[in-house]
Ligand binder design. Structure first.
Ligand code: PLP
Length: 397
């Protein structure tokens, strides 16, 4: 029997994550891993203690499948206050196993064969497989480096390209603000333009806001679901992984209208039953941390951002400071490599630093051939050591 012939067409249509593959390569060559977006920090002590206490206090069985009521209350409070989206814990919140599961459950809840989903590229790796698993037809719109009014560089889309991407088959557009891998924060004008198109074409906005608390230089996070007439047509996906440095806890959530939430809850139930119950209890403590926590978080990451931008610029990469999140997308054209994947392997083996080939963030992979992403959620001494190694690039090529 050929076991391979038993595989589903879907499973054959995407490869293993390039980012996790880079992590394996870094381990093999003992390289500093600036590829995978794992926070360098630990969750606050009181949050860890709350998780231990929850286990000891007996929260060891399933919670309600769409989330423990108090945790959903804490999420609803945050959504009302921070995201300015009217949210009822009983009707609008579904707790998921990370925002990863939240995004997939949302797509599974709305996609029918033939439905198109608009995705900005470069995009977070998972959206590609998500569309394949859910059966959506992706339609891509490029985010390009453009000179901003203040003279700086920003990533934005071409308005006509965006308009032309919408059709009567469009079911939804996926927005990721702040964006991974570009660190772009969508502006109010951009979100309003997207919202107007969603209303014109009667389609949904699905927004992944996992980096909503990591924004620099006083820029503001805006949730498209808070714009006029958008609450009912927006599915907001977020989670605790990045903000509280707990990617291993798998706590995410989806906020949507009652009708959409009911469909999302069904998908979520049969995919995973529920997120870890004791960790949801600790999640309540995390969501109730004082505002100083978020201020310090931004200060920590901002320091790393500046440090790595300086290192990369000195080492010969072309880049500018990201507006948000903890990634820097660079241009590697000046190094003269035939493509980004060859550069990635060379960098790990010869220099001892890992990053992510830009093409893995694009459906039209040629658009990313001269791009390369680094992440800066690392301690200062590791970033300094990465700097020492990266300074050797010019002498080795
Ligand atoms: N969304 C984006 C844009 C991400 O960059 C990541 C992780 O890197 C995730 C979602 C995954 O988040 P979670 O841990 O909540 O599944």
């Amino acid at each position: 029997m050929s076991v391979k012939s038993k595989l589903s067409n879907k499973s054959e249509r995407f490869t293993e994550s390039v980012i996790r593959g880079m992590t394996q390569l870094c381990l093999k060559h003992n390289a500093i891993n600036l590829s995978q977006g794992t926070p360098a920090y630990q969750p606050p002590d009181e949050v860890k203690q709350a998780a231990i206490a929850a286990i000891q206090d007996g929260y060891n069985q399933y919670s309600i499948t769409w989330g423990a009521p108090d945790f959903r209350e804490a999420i609803a409070k945050k959504m009302n206050k921070f995201n300015h989206i009217e949210t009822d814990a009983a009707k609008n919140v579904t707790v998921t196993c990370g925002s990863t599961e939240g995004m997939l459950s949302a797509l599974l809840a709305i996609i029918n064969p033939g439905d198109e989903v608009i995705i900005f590229e470069p995009f977070y790796e998972n959206y590609g497989p998500d569309t394949i698993i859910s059966g959506a037809k992706p339609v891509y719109v490029a985010l390009q480096e453009t000179k901003a009014e203040d003279g700086g560089m920003r990533f934005t889309y071409d308005k006509d390209e965006l308009k032309n991407a919408f059709s009567n088959n469009t079911k939804a557009i996926i927005i990721n603000t702040p964006n991974n891998p570009l660190g772009k924060v969508f502006t109010h004008d951009e979100l309003q333009e997207i919202a107007d198109l969603c209303i014109t074409y009667d389609c949904l906005a699905i927004t992944d806001e996992i980096y909503e608390h990591m924004i620099y230089d006083g820029k503001q996070h805006i949730s498209i679901g808070s714009l006029p007439n958008m609450t009912d047509r927006t599915i907001t996906v977020s989670g605790l992984s990045k903000t509280y440095s707990m990617t291993g806890w798998r706590l995410g959530y989806v906020v949507a209208s009652e009708i959409l939430s009911n469909a999302i809850r069904k998908m979520h139930d049969f995919l995973t039953v529920g997120a870890p119950h004791p960790l949801q209890r600790a999640g309540i403590v995390a969501l109730n941390l004082p505002s100083s926590y978020y201020k310090e978080l931004v200060q920590k990451y901002d320091r790393n951002r500046k440090l790595l931008v300086n290192i990369l610029t000195e080492a010969g990469f072309r880049c500018h400071p990201p507006e948000a999140a903890y990634y820097i997308m660079t241009d590697i054209s000046d190094f003269g490599f035939p493509d980004d994947t060859k550069f990635a392997h060379w960098l790990v083996q010869e220099i001892g630093v890992g990053g992510v080939p830009g093409s893995s963030f694009y459906s039209r992979s040629h658009l990313g051939k001269t791009k390369f992403r680094f992440m800066f959620s690392m301690s200062d001494d590791i970033l300094d050591e990465a700097g020492n190694r990266l300074m050797k690039i010019k002498s080795k090529i």
